[in-house]
Design a protein around this ligand. Structure first.
Ligand SMILES: [Zn+2]
Length: 431
């Protein structure tokens, strides 16, 4: 049986609080030993001195555009990008073509992922047919077939009568609703945050209120029905505060922050134009600071990328015409360490927990562990690895990013999935 020895690193296992210098021995698909100075002559050796050795990272908000948009990304290229970013498990959003609103498409996604995927893949399913916000999906059937949560991500269900029924059903089935919060009436036509920079650029802008109104509504629905609610990509200070207060009242709500919302502001749109166009938009500094504070006090439970690839041609259509979104799988570890750990805002183990245990708990997936007997999904992170983001080297098909040229400190340098070393900094992808 193939053996792999990860040597000399500091093991962090957030589920138990373990943080200790230990070698890790993998045999087949399992971790079989943790110990000091393990000597296994026939094992493939990964040198991890000065690195953290952690359970494989889980990204709970990913668009891989498959089926339907192979020019943007595929399950193959997207999971390659994940592996290169240290992410061993991704959760996909349902806004593919066709939409994951039926059992057949759900099965197609999971089958293709099983065939082409380099990392583990789960998918969410839509709340409404075709994400049109008019007709409910078969949540019971989709959940039974493997959908790990329900969302119309990219859109918001605006009809409160329909949405209330959906919340009631979700509560009864005990499934998670993940909410993209955007009041369609308030945000029409804007390409970026409505504020000083949008005025200078002549864009109508997307008001913070458009996000906050829907967060407030969904928190009330969750409180009223008892459904489990997850707020996606929180971007505003008041949004963070609404969630903080709801948690204090005992509402069953969790929330995520993206690396771009904790590391960039709307000034990036001035510099990068449509390459920094994303939904919800990058906000001013006070909001960015509030997102970091939300991560610090646990209001924001998880870090998720909202990896949302588009072709460069699409992004070159100008600020107004270009689609929302950009990639994040290959930069999330670097951004989290650069902007959260090295700034002293969060400790390395807090960041790791928000990229492993927290999203697994939210989704009711098995808790990622780095322990004897656990599945060998492992990420090795060099916290001091200095590098410059070069989108031309991304495995993602989208060779562009508002982080192009950014100097980051911290990187995933080896990724193990199911006992196999699928990526290493030295050798690249090994599949
Ligand atoms: Zn979204």
């Amino acid at each position: 049986m193939a053996r792999l020895l990860i040597h000399g690193g500091t093991v962090i296992n957030p589920a138990t609080g373990l943080q200790k210098n230990l070698d890790v021995l993998v045999e087949g698909e399992r971790v079989v030993a943790l110990g000091s100075a393990l000597s296994v002559p026939d094992a493939l050796r990964v040198e991890a001195t000065g690195c953290y050795v952690v359970p494989g990272l889980l990204d709970m908000h990913v668009h891989l555009r498959d089926p339907g948009f192979p020019d943007k990304e595929t399950l193959k290229t997207g999971t390659q990008a994940a592996a290169a970013g240290g992410i061993t498990r991704v959760v996909l959003m349902p806004n593919t073509r066709p939409v994951v609103d039926n059992l057949e498409t759900l099965a197609t996604v999971l089958d293709t992922a099983h065939r082409d995927g380099v990392v583990w893949v789960h998918t969410t399913a839509a709340l409404t047919q075709g994400l049109a916000g008019l007709e409910r999906t078969d949540m019971a059937g989709l959940a039974k077939a493997g959908a790990v949560a329900f969302t119309d991500d990219g859109k918001t269900v605006m009809d409160p009568v329909l949405l209330y029924e959906i919340f009631q059903t979700a509560a009864k089935l005990d499934v998670l609703i993940a909410s993209h919060c955007e009041d369609h009436h308030l945000v029409q036509g804007g390409a970026m945050h409505r504020g000083e920079v949008s005025r200078l650029l002549g864009d109508v802008g997307i008001p913070a209120l458009g996000e906050e109104l829907v967060i407030a509504r969904d928190l009330l629905f969750a409180a009223d029905t008892g459904a489990r609610l997850h707020i996606q990509h929180v971007s505003t200070a008041r949004g963070v505060q609404l969630i903080r207060e709801a948690k204090a009242r005992g509402v069953r709500v969790t929330a995520e922050a993206t690396p771009h919302h904790f590391s960039l502001t709307d000034a990036a749109v001035w510099t990068y134009g449509a390459l920094a166009k994303v939904n919800p938009p990058l906000r001013p500094e006070a909001d960015r600071v509030a997102v970091v504070a939300g991560l610090q006090d646990g209001t924001l439970d998880a870090i998720a990328t909202d990896h949302a690839p588009h072709t460069l041609a699409e992004k070159r259509q100008g600020l107004t015409q270009a689609p929302f979104g950009f990639v994040g799988l290959e930069t999330s570890v670097g951004l989290a360490f650069t902007h959260l750990v090295h700034t002293g805002k969060l400790s390395a183990d807090q960041v790791i927990a928000k990229m492993t245990v927290a999203p697994a708990q939210i989704l009711a997936l098995p808790i990622p562990q780095l322990a004897v007997g656990a599945a060998a999904d492992i990420t090795v992170i060099d916290p001091d690895f200095e590098w410059t983001v070069d989108p031309g080297r991304f495995f993602s098909k989208a060779g562009h990013s508002p982080f192009a040229g950014a100097h980051l400190r911290g990187k995933a340098v080896a990724t193990v999935v199911g006992g196999r070393l699928v990526y290493s900094e030295r050798e690249g992808l090994r599949t």
